[in-house]
Design a protein around this ligand. Sequence first.
Ligand code: FES
Length: 103
Amino acid sequence: MDMIKVCDTADVKPGEMLAIEMDELPPVAVYNVDGEFYATSNICTHAIAILTEGYFEGDTVECALHGGCFNVRTGEATEFPCEEPLETFEVQVSDGAVFVRAP
Ligand code: FES
């Protein structure tokens, strides 16, 4: 599948995350971990919550609803009550833009 431009690198500074809403993609969160970009589903696997409305530190996103956590590099659930991993998406950075591979 195609790589889709979702934002500019300047839109997501180190330590920040950004919600992406595009017709071509499911809801995606883009994260900047010390200059490395990652992308996961933006929907918590525990219930229905938007991860970018929670907290992001290091390589961990914490859901605002019940405090579950995920590793944004791997999608692994790292804190109860989250147990199902998050879907992750391949990311490429080119010419100051962030691209995500459509599932
Ligand atoms: S909905 Fe995210 S931890 Fe419960």
